[in-house]
Design a protein around this ligand. Structure first.
Ligand code: HEM
Length: 409
């Protein structure tokens, strides 16, 4: 799911750099890229780990496979239809609403699946704070999906193209970033990072304050008060970092068995990108004249924070989730993360310089940044595929030990 959106992003950036203008590119193509990345890739990842881990952590009951497959089918079809309709414009007035309804239905199946399983034990226990953060992010995702459906019906009946109107799109993007993706990462960081990085215990009141401040910022941004809202995003991100104790010295050894030893460094860098994204958001409200500072802020968040977290945490947990496998290659893990980080650094800095007209040479760096990001995400996908296809699962290893012939497929 990472490829359709990434290829389109690279293609768009090559065109923008060639013409030295973002205005000449079809907004429907830009939005097709954003949708494919956020729903197709990030969304699938979050739904997947949610289906696997939330019922397990809440009481050890497995969620239904039928539900998970139904959700996956609808979600993937919805994301694919949106990509195709925006890019080829074929029957988009019909496909857009269908795609939005499929995605909404898939989410409702997910929400039902992960919220209905409770053991008697978990009924008595209070829910952990991280679960509340994930619940707030799930409600954020629901709001994004409802807004997306409204937008799709609006353009179907009122617009000449499948692209959302600019102002609506900007507010919808704020909801997507700060209402859905960011709190999801905070929630799962609160659950896992203390152990994975050996951090000192979580400061729960700070985390809940971060969520509340972030929600305040989001309310303001969606209401059109981004100049004040963006300051609250900075404050919320800083509180989350203080809560997680991300930049404090570790209390225990980080758990890096099976992953590259730079794993803790990249997770910390991701939180650095979160701060950069928030600060660039403030700068964008004051100085952006070209979409370049907004674009830089958005990609510091989506590539620097979200993608680096997925590449780091994904390669840490997915092999274990998929039958206790080992990661295929820790070196590839490092190479992928290094490429994405390099690409993101070049992209974020040069997007501001080029789009704003501060330095013409920066246009020629942007294609390199896109290819580095593409290389990093491709290496990640290869490593995950290698892990699932070539590495034996725990049961396959056990069968090998007792001498039962098995087929590794
Ligand atoms: C290979 C890496 C990527 C490239 C080359 C790329 C390129 C682009 C370009 C050229 C734009 C148009 C606006 C601008 O000029 O800034 C854009 C917008 C966007 N990108 Fe990316 N991107 C990449 C990765 C990602 C990832 C990983 C995500 C999400 C996880 C993402 C989410 C978005 C969103 C949400 C938009 C806004 C779309 C809209 O205007 O509605 N991008 N990207």
């Amino acid at each position: 799911m990472v490829f359709p959106g990434t290829f389109l992003g690279v293609w768009n950036l090559l065109q923008i750099s060639g013409r030295e203008s973002v205005a000449s590119i079809s907004p429907a193509w830009l939005q097709a890229h954003g949708h494919a990345q956020v729903f197709g890739w990030v969304g699938s990842f979050i739904l997947g780990i949610g289906f696997y881990s939330i019922p397990k952590m809440r009481g050890g009951v497995k969620s239904s496979f039928a539900m998970a497959w139904a959700c996956w089918g609808m979600w993937t079809t919805g994301a694919a239809l949106r990509w195709a309709a925006n890019v080829y414009l074929w029957e988009w007035r019909i496909l857009l609403p269908i795609s939005a309804c499929l995605e909404l239905a898939a989410f409702l199946i997910f929400f039902r699946g992960v919220s209905q399983h409770r053991s008697a034990d978990s009924d008595k226990k209070k829910l952990d704070p991280w679960i509340w953060v994930v619940v707030s992010a799930s409600l954020g995702l629901l709001s994004v999906l409802v807004t997306n459906a409204l937008g799709c019906f609006y353009v179907t009946f009122r617009s000449a193209t499948p692209a959302f109107p600019h102002v609506f799109d900007q507010r919808y993007l704020a909801l997507m970033a700060w209402g859905f993706m960011v709190p999801f990462v905070w929630g799962f960081s609160a659950k896992w990072m203390t152990v994975f990085l050996g951090l000192k215990p979580l400061r729960t009141p700070w985390l809940l304050s971060a969520v509340a401040i972030n929600l305040g910022g989001l309310g303001l941004a969606v209401a059109g008060e981004a100049a004040i809202g963006s300051w609250l995003f900075v404050l919320g991100a800083a509180c989350a970092i203080v809560a997680l104790r991300m930049f404090e010295s570790s209390e225990n050894e980080p758990k890096i068995r099976g992953v590259h030893s730079t794993f803790p460094l990249f997770v910390r860098m991701a939180y650095g990108w979160l701060l950069i994204a928030a600060v660039l958001g403030v700068a964008a409200t004051r100085w952006d004249t070209s979409g370049g500072i907004w674009g830089a802020s958005r990609h510091a968040l989506t590539v620097g924070f979200i993608s680096v977290m997925i590449l780091s945490v994904g390669q840490r947990i997915l092999p274990a989730f998929a039958g206790m496998r080992m990661l295929w290659s820790t070196k590839l893990m490092f190479v992928g993360l290094a490429f994405v980080t390099l690409g993101c650094t070049l992209r974020v800095s040069c997007e501001v310089l080029a789009y704003q007209g501060y330095a013409a040479w920066a246009w020629s760096v942007l294609p390199i940044s896109a290819l580095c990001e593409l290389a990093g995400l491709t290496v990640y996908a290869i490593n995950i595929l290698g892990t699932f296809i070539l590495e034996p699962s725990h049961s396959q290893k056990q069968a090998m030990v007792v001498g039962v012939p098995i087929k590794i497929s």
